[in-house]
Design a binder for this molecule. Structure first.
Ligand code: SF4
Ligand SMILES: [Zn+2]
Length: 375
């Protein structure tokens, strides 16, 4: 089945015009993303559509205090944007059904997962796209799922493209759970990075607009930022992440700086296999958090800014030289838990490792490999 045919591709045509801005689409990257996603196994066999992808309980933080969170990942048709090509670093499409999943099937999935609920205060309901995309989870299924959660947990979190956050969005689902939080993939506040590195499909200006609608409805906002999308030098990644923290902070209750990790069947993965991509240095994360937080605080930001490093220390995740990764990781965790930037400054001051010179050299000299080679 080609990327341009099949149920997913056909079904996505509707709705895209509303949420995708062609000015933030790089056609060459989008073609590449579509081609790479053509042979995703789930497209041939999505498996049992009444079964969720994964469900587990984990530690989290709610209102500044440690809590338990139940995480449910539902099997949906997929992200509207990923079905049409999508972001260069996103592997969620590997876990999408790429075919219609009915309301009953979606609710059945959640019912099964909900049997694992054990009094967690926070419930995170993730899909491989947007919980409030009516093509992915129609409103009646959104309502039935939230009704199953009910008023027990203190908060329900989900993710969405900003384009689906419209004035009427929350009216349809209001009053069914105690509180809502929406995570938005902001990635960068730089237009060229969004278009020519991420192929994001929407500009930064959609975020403050969506965040204002959330605020009006008492819904908290989590901004996901991407540290070092492809084609960026380490120094560019640092500048971009720092500036994006500063730009996103005033609109966010939580800012999460996510280092790009290399997921299968993505443009980033293709570049990595050709030796043309290195995940960000942990030093870059520490410096961006410190510089971004310092400026954001001066402007009045007192909310959460964190970085959850996935696959830390591994080649496919943010890493330093191997010798200092664990120490730097501990400082990042201390900072995350306390939200005190002194731990970031102390990390840069106290962790003395030879790889700092290499990091500084890479920042000064730029990439050691040509970015667009082979694409
Ligand atoms: S990062 Fe988000 S918007 Fe981009 S393709 Fe993945 S799920 Fe869709
Ligand atoms: Zn080191």
């Amino acid at each position: 089945m080609s990327a341009a045919s099949g149920p997913g591709a056909d079904a996505t045509v509707v709705g895209i015009a509303k949420v995708i801005d062609q000015d933030v689409v790089n056609p060459a990257l989008n073609d590449e993303a579509r081609a790479i996603r053509a042979d995703i196994p789930m497209r041939q066999d999505p498996g049992d559509l009444e079964d969720y992808i994964r469900c587990w309980s984990e530690d989290d933080v709610l209102d500044g205090k440690p809590c338990r969170a139940l995480v449910v990942i539902l099997k949906t048709r997929g992200c509207t944007w990923a079905l049409a090509g999508g972001c260069t670093m996103c592997g969620y499409a590997n876990e999408s059904a790429w075919s219609k999943v009915s309301n009953d099937q979606l609710v059945r999935q959640f019912e099964k997962a909900w049997r694992k609920y054990d009094g967690e205060e926070l419930v995170k309901i993730y899909t491989s796209g947007s919980f409030i995309d009516p093509k992915e989870i129609p409103v009646p299924a959104q309502q039935r799922i939230l009704d199953l959660v009910g008023m027990g947990p203190k908060k329900v979190a989900f993710e969405s493209l900003p384009g689906f956050i419209q004035p009427g969005t929350f009216e349809a689902i209001a009053g069914r759970v105690q509180r809502l939080e929406v995570g938005v993939g902001v990635e960068s506040s730089n237009h060229r990075v969004l278009r020519d590195a991420v192929n994001k499909g929407h500009g930064f200006d959609t975020f403050p607009r969506a965040a204002a609608i959330c605020k009006e409805h008492g819904v908290s906002v989590k901004a996901y930022l991407m540290c070092k999308p492809p084609f960026l030098k380490e120094s560019d990644a640092l500048t971009d992440s720092t500036q994006t923290i500063i730009d996103a902070a005033p609109h966010s209750n939580v800012v999460s700086l996510n280092p790009t990790n290399i997921q299968g069947r993505t443009v980033v993965d293709a570049l990595y296999r050709r030796g043309s991509y290195r995940a960000p240095w942990l030093w870059t994360l520490v410096q961006a958090l410190l510089d971004g937080r310092t400026v954001a605080e001066e402007a009045g930001f007192d909310q959460i800014l964190k970085s959850d490093v996935i696959a830390a220390g591994q080649d496919r995740g943010a890493h330093n030289c191997g010798a200092c990764d664990e120490r730097v990781g501990k400082y990042l965790k201390k900072y995350k838990d306390t939200q005190d930037k002194k731990w970031l400054a102390e990390c840069l001051e106290r962790v003395r490792c030879d790889c700092r010179y290499e990091w500084e050299l890479v920042r000064e000299l730029g990439p050691l490999v040509p970015g667009y080679a082979g694409l």
